[in-house]
Design a binder for this molecule. Structure first.
Ligand code: ATP
Length: 751
């Protein structure tokens, strides 16, 4: 209850949001809430200033965090959903799961087809009864036709296809957390990606340092004077990097780069840490964009601050020179930092402040980070990932707009975006976090499709970018790694979290996890998603055309004054052997040529767009026509085996069909039979089973079949082959309309 007093000891989970009233060396691990791995020293003093980020509210202990050291006593100020943790949970809750386009389409489709099939079966039953057929047989035929033709297995097969797809995606380092995302990946029109670590390697290196009046120093073993010695001491001390067991450094890449440059110039960080022990610290956080550490030495106490130039330089009223500090021209220094950022460097400003008398333990931010003396600037390079530029190009040809969202400086972001090809000119618009705050929703929506770079953005602002894009009808994939990214990841159509870096909370909220944290992997996943959706459509094309063939056969027979062509067992058998294995084997189909050269599929595009309906009805009619043609011919020739022949044509023509629809454009002889071995196996197995129903004597009475002569079997095979030929003609026509320049033939399909 608010007002209760809670005692905290090391190891306790904080049970509610507490205002601390008494502490003894209390340290709290707030990583679950803020993403910061460093434990935070708490105090009971009053915070100065109006707004404080969570990580800066040092006189509070928040629900869900953990006391790791010392003890304390706090007054409950909020419980349950009113706590800071509850607010994050609330944000996640608001974003109700959106049903995926395919789920919606399948549900709607299933209902409509079921109604249509029931109506047709009722007509068949009625016509049969009117023609004087035996009522029981007619009821059985109508019911078995309904069972066969209602696509009840469709959602289950689609789930299996998605699961097989998800398994394949792991091979390209994309881990699917929500199955339907496999399919929706194909609809992505925007990929909003973090810069550091996803588009870049996150392997930073100090490129140049700047102290005093210059000139800049390019890192190396020889130090150019005491100003740079102070700059390097500052970056070595105000730094949490630790020596890695196998050599080098471990920790935040920005800091390991700084530890590295200090070591290269001959500074021993371990010795410095002993000589200048750390008394206090204000850890780095993405809101303040700086950190401060306070050290004691024989020469006195000194605080070092490093961070983004625009967050550190305004706190400086002097700059450090060999003969003492002089007053600072903040604008000139900010311009110098901008010039470095424009070269694509991440720039840090480094400052110090000496103390004759130490600020009180747990000193306020405002005290520790004021009246600073600027020592200099460090420019760090974080090279773009080598494969990122190609992935960006692939995005563009696939009609997907890549967008960079970063906590870094606008100029740094623009330079890297230019290098990657995300923008093509140095004047490309950049929206900053401050701009975002100033824009209302409507203005943001109007501008969002023109902006490809967002800089100095807080993770909490990402959700506004997602929502604005979605309001413009875009289908958005968004990356994120921190706790604060979780609501945006949840809100995005495809939330993408990092597998190597990043927090569990972000991974929980995401539908896709990049095992290698790499932008190119998102593009690979999109490509895979498109392939899987194509294969789902192929499955629907195959299964529904078969069903339509069965319906046409039974429906048209009475109109053509032919006897009921099939018995219930035939209908059920055809349904059993054709729908299962061959349909599933379509999951192994390689990607269509030009799969990443066509625009994203509109998320609201019907499953039956682009001629699928026509194909199902037309080719189904052809199958029905062939069955009935064979039936009529056999009856006219007085063949006693007419029913077995119809039964065989119905099964084999579906095998011919499944081979023909393996690609929407490439002909079977170009594809080669061996490029989908599971399907070839399934077709051969189905053929063998069908032959068994005809030629294995004990099965004849069960299936009411008779062995066919070679001539009759040859006729059945020839009739079935007509379906394959007809679909090849359809594909040739489609090829011509989709690739008038013959691109499809130039392109080999890829798996
Ligand atoms: P992205 O959003 O592209 O992944 P990022 O998450 O690395 O970028 P932040 O970590 O929020 O961005 O960093 C923002 C800014 O804070 C940096 O541009 C840099 O100026 C500063 N900064 C980053 N790391 C540190 C650090 N360890 N100490 C001090 N300042 C830092």
């Amino acid at each position: 209850m608010p007002g209760d007093v809670v005692l905290l000891e090391a190891g306790n989970q904080v049970p509610a949001d507490l205002r601390l009233i008494e502490i003894a060396q209390l340290k709290v691990d707030e990583s679950a809430l803020t993403g910061e791995s460093v434990t935070v020293d708490k105090h009971t003093g009053v915070l100065v200033g109006a707004v404080h980020a969570l990580g800066d509210r040092l006189n509070m202990a928040f629900k869900g965090t953990m006391a790791t050291h010392g003890r304390g006593r706090g007054l409950v100020v909020a419980t349950g959903m009113a706590t800071e943790l509850g607010k994050v949970a609330g944000l996640l809750e608001q974003n109700i799961e959106r049903s995926t386009p395919l789920q919606l389409r399948l549900a709607a489709f299933g209902k409509r087809v079921a109604l249509a099939v029931l109506a047709i079966c009722a007509v068949i039953l009625l016509v049969g009864l009117l023609r004087g057929e035996p009522p029981l047989q007619m009821v059985l035929v109508a019911v078995s036709l309904a069972v066969a033709a209602i696509p009840e297995a469709l959602p289950a097969v689609v789930t299996v296809l998605l699961a097989l797809g998800a398994r394949r995606m792991v091979a390209v380092h994309a881990l699917i957390r929500r199955l339907p995302s496999v399919e929706t990946l194909g609809s992505v029109t925007y990929i909003c990606s973090d810069k550091t670590g996803t588009l870049t390697e996150n392997r930073m290196r100090a490129e140049c340092l700047f102290a005093g009046d210059g000139p800049a120093w390019l890192p190396g073993p020889a130090l150019p004077g005491p100003l740079y010695a102070e700059l390097l001491r500052a970056v070595a001390l105000c730094n949490d990097a630790r020596p890695a067991p196998g050599g080098g450094w471990q920790g935040d890449p920005t800091e390991t780069a700084l530890a590295d440059v200090a070591a290269t110039a001959g500074l021993d960080k371990a010795a410095l840490d002993l000589e200048w022990p750390r008394l206090q610290e204000l850890p780095f956080d993405a809101d303040r964009k700086r950190m401060t550490t306070l050290h004691r030495s024989l020469q006195g106490d000194v605080a070092y601050t490093k961070g983004a130039p625009e967050s550190v330089i305004p706190l400086c009223n002097a700059y450090w020179r060999a003969h003492g500090s002089v007053s600072i021209d903040q604008r000139a220094w900010l311009a110098r930092a901008d010039a470095l950022a424009a070269q694509g460097l991440r720039v840090l400003a480094v400052a110090r402040r000496s103390y004759d008398q130490l600020p009180e333990a747990g000193g306020e931010i405002a005290v520790l980070e004021s009246d600073l003396c600027l020592i200099g600037l460090v420019g760090l390079i974080d090279p773009p990932r080598p494969e990122a530029a190609a992935a960006v190009r692939e995005c563009m040809t696939a009609g997907i707009t890549p967008v960079m969202i970063t906590g870094d400086h606008p100029a740094t972001a623009r330079a890297i975006a230019l290098r990657l090809g995300i923008v093509d000119n140095a004047q490309a618009p950049v929206l900053t976090g401050a701009d975002l705050t100033a824009l209302d929703e409507e203005t943001l929506r109007a501008r969002v499709q023109r902006v490809r770079i967002y800089a100095r953005v807080d993770p909490a602002q990402k959700i506004r970018i997602v929502e604005a894009l979605q309001a413009q009808g875009e289908f958005v994939a968004m990356t994120g790694d921190g706790v604060n990214d979780a609501p945006a990841l949840k809100r995005a159509d495809i939330g993408v979290a990092m597998g190597k870096g990043g927090t569990d909370v972000a991974r929980e909220a995401a539908s896709l996890v990049l095992l290698d944290d790499n932008f190119a992997t998102i593009v690979k996943a999109v490509r895979e998603g498109r392939r899987i959706y194509d294969n789902i459509r192929k499955f629907v094309r195959y299964a529904m055309t078969g069903n339509s063939g069965e319906i046409w056969t039974i429906f048209l027979a009475p109109m053509l004054m032919l006897p009921i062509p099939l018995l219930p067992i035939h209908i059920l058998w055809v349904n059993l052997v054709t729908d299962g294995l061959p349909g599933l084997a379509l999951a192994a189909e390689p990607a269509e040529p030009g799969i990443m050269r066509r625009p994203p599929r509109p998320p609201d595009e019907g499953l039956f767009a682009n001629g699928l309906w026509q194909h199902i009805l037309g080719v189904g009619l052809l199958i029905g026509g062939l069955c009935l043609g064979v039936q009529a011919w056999a009856l006219s020739m007085g063949q006693a085996h007419w029913q077995t022949m119809v039964f065989t044509v119905l099964t084999l023509s579906q095998m011919a069909h499944v081979l023909a629809i393996r690609s929407e454009t490439v002909s079977l002889w170009r594809l080669g039979l061996g490029t989908n071995k599971p399907l070839l196996g399934a077709v051969l197995l189905t053929f063998a089973l069908q032959m068994a129903t005809i030629y294995v004597p004990i099965l004849n009475p069960i299936f009411k079949t008779q062995p066919l002569s070679i001539g009759e079997l040859a006729l059945c095979l020839a009739a079935s082959a007509v379906v394959w030929a007809a679909v090849e003609v359809e594909k040739a026509w489609r090829r011509r309309s989709m690739f008038p320049d013959g691109a499809a033939t130039a392109d080999a399909p890829t798996s």
